[in-house]
Design a protein. Sequence first.
Length: 163
Amino acid sequence: MSTKRSLEIDEDIPFQKREWFYQRIGIGLLFVFVLAALLGFTGMGGPMSRAEAGEPGSSLRIEYERVVRRGSLSTVTLHLQARPGGVRFWVGALYFDDVRIESVAPAPDLVSVENGRHVYVLRSGSADVTVVVRVEHQTVGRLHGEMGIVGGPSVRFNQLALF
């Protein structure tokens, strides 16, 4: 004689279906977060984080990072076409409310403040000059920057600083 044994476990099928539903949502959110991080939307670099402002072939073009992190360093690269000898470019003072300039390479010969902007003077033996500006982001939110050549074109750009 065999007796049928069974486990005495309470089943709650509606609860189990809700749990599976929320697990799928969590897995989906994790997938979206990892994809955003890989593309560069978390301020850690990536193909979608890099941006350019200015027209290709113009006398001023800027490469920068769209999404940055507060307290981290990022690079703004200026591609300038000017007369050989002296290059004068400026950074709008409004940008200095949100960032601190860590370094400018090549090192400027002179830095001055004129008309609400910081003017940098470099000596150059060539008409094409690339300047790398390293900035530390001080605030969270949307950052508005403007850079230009003294007596020439200027370019505006926006960055988003995260936590």
